[in-house]
Design a protein around this ligand. Structure first.
Ligand code: AMP
Length: 504
């Protein structure tokens, strides 16, 4: 089934319901949203000769037009290729070329046009709104099979070139249904706020909200602005949104300044990077019981595990701390295992690589059978994440396999050391990496961003670590920074930190 059918059905059922909002202002209702998408589909077919299965890229910041374009692309049966707007034009051009996109939607072509392959047409929305001049609309979305592609999701990648993750209609359907069962219900009164890039995880939330006929809100800032959200959420009411852990800590500091305590917020889904115990405890104390965690990756979008609202607020269970530091049990549509390098299942508590199988797992990497064969073996997706499963089926992430530090032949999981350092009041942010050492193989180095007004000494931090973790895990060196290098999705770039170390 074509993803656009959900939009068409909702538009028939509740045509006048508010659909797309820019800040508080309603830009279109569901009947207008569906009509625009159908006209964009018509334009793609009549003007650009787009056929079902062709790729169409979008290189734009968040806007309500973004959602119209996505559905326009699906109307014709084409495959959407959303590109992170923060990428360098060169990186965007790589994705356009790699995906073989026939058309690229941009709101500001800048120097991009010179870099693009000649087979791709640029459609500049600043010059021509995609739907204004078009009279031909496609009556109904072009039929699609479950195995047909809908979304080519270019992984953010903290190393190497991005790869195109092939997500099919079946993958996206499974992901959407699992959301209702394992993450949160979605209500017609909800307002899905897109404060993170629509090109990435946040964009996937549109499906559940289109199905239910809820509001889709793009904040006026177009992204994440903590002060704006403190003011916007109470006015919209029933806000539900995805937020990366770094967004939550920024929001928390703003909320403490303004006295905001979660008014108008229904659910914040967090994930995409490690949420430290101290941070989620503080967030629940400030905002209330409004959090749900998901663990997923582009290759299995949103759907590996989830940690429920109840688990996040429970302080009575004997293992509540361990559960809160975990990413929760497997979602209903997947099997999750922890295995050793040969694929043998590990006993409870033992660390190994996390593998997952089920309907939401990607079809493979676009034009890259070698990478696909490496990632999907015997039907299991190897996530590259290391973790442990406990007796109750809760999964705790340790680290990316490549981030594990091996010192004196013993594995050290940076996350554990980071958790301990973050418990120190003078530490605001931390990232731990390994540095080559002739005697030990590697030694532990901690990059620290101090809390405002604090200047912790290495001796003080060392004493703190000694009191809480084994001596061999203690950082041998502390590097103090004003900020940590992050990629466009707010993930700390450990590769950059390692590079920095080699030059120290
Ligand atoms: P991406 O494919 O860019 O969405 O990145 C996925 C990666 O982000 C995963 O493989 C994990 O390493 C990390 N990640 C996702 N969700 C979580 C989470 N809830 N906690 C910690 N790390 C996460």
């Amino acid at each position: 089934m074509n993803m656009a059918e959900w939009l068409v059905r909702t538009a028939r059922r509740v045509p006048g319901a508010p659909a797309l909002l820019s800040g508080e202002k309603v830009v279109s209702d569901y009947s207008e949203f569906a009509a625009k998408a159908a006209r964009i589909g018509g334009l793609l077919r009549s003007r650009h000769g787009v056929e079902p299965g062709d790729r169409v890229a979008i290189f734009m910041k968040n806007s309500t037009a973004y959602l119209e374009l996505l559905y326009g692309i699906w109307f014709t049966g084409a495959v959407a290729v959303p590109i992170n707007a923060k990428l360098h034009p060169r990186e965007a051009a790589f994705i356009v070329e790699d995906s073989g996109s026939k058309v690229l939607f941009v709101s500001d072509p800048e120097e991009l046009s010179a870099l693009l392959p000649s087979a791709c047409t640029i459609h500049d929305l600043a010059i021509e709104r995609a739907f204004d001049a078009v009279t031909v609309a496609i009556g109904a979305p072009v039929p699609r099979r479950p195995d047909d592609l809908a979304w080519l999701f270019y992984t953010s990648g903290t190393t190497g070139k991005p790869k195109g993750v092939m997500l099919t209609n079946a993958n996206l359907h499974a992901m959407s249904y699992a959301y209702f069962v394992d993450v949160d219900d979605v209500l017609a009164e909800d307002a899905a706020v897109y404060a993170a890039p629509l090109s990435h995880g946040a964009g996937l939330y549109n499906f559940m909200h289109v199905l239910r006929g809820s509001r889709h809100v793009v904040p006026l800032s177009g992204g994440f602005d903590a002060m704006e959200l403190c003011a916007l959420a109470p006015r919209l009411g029933n806000v539900t949104m995805f937020a990366a852990p770094t967004m939550i800590s920024r929001w928390l500091s703003a909320a403490r300044q303004t006295g905001y305590s979660g008014e108008g917020l229904r659910t914040i889904v967090y994930g995409g990077g490690p949420m430290y115990l101290a941070d989620i405890e503080a967030a629940v104390a400030q905002f209330g019981p409004r959090f749900v965690q998901i663990y997923g990756q582009g290759e299995c979008p949103m759907t590996i595990t989830s940690l429920s609202r109840a688990d996040i607020t429970n302080r009575a269970h004997p293992h509540w701390r361990e559960r809160l530091a975990s990413v929760g049990p497997a979602q209903s549509c997947v099997s999750v295992r922890v295995v050793d390098a040969d694929g043998a299942e590990q006993p409870a508590g033992a660390i190994g690589e996390i593998v997952v199988s089920g309907t939401p797992v990607m079809k493979g990497y676009w034009n890259n059978p070698e990478a696909t064969a490496q990632s999907i073996r015997d039907g299991w997706l190897w996530t590259g994440d290391m973790g442990t499963l406990d007796e109750d089926g809760y999964l705790t992430l340790r680290d990316r396999s490549k981030d594990v530090i091996i010192s004196g032949g013993t594995n050290i999981y940076p996350r554990e050391v980071e958790e301990v350092l973050l418990m120190h009041p003078a530490v605001s942010e931390v990232s731990v990496v390994g540095r080559p050492n002739s005697e030990w193989g590697e030694e532990v180095v901690a990059f620290i961003v101090a809390s405002t007004g604090a200047s912790p000494s290495p001796e003080e931090l060392d004493a703190h670590c000694r009191s809480l973790i084994a001596g061999f895990k203690r950082p041998r060196t502390y590097v103090f920074e004003t900020a940590l290098p992050k990629n466009n999705y707010g993930k700390v770039l450990k590769t950059e930190l390692r590079k920095q170390l080699s030059g120290l």
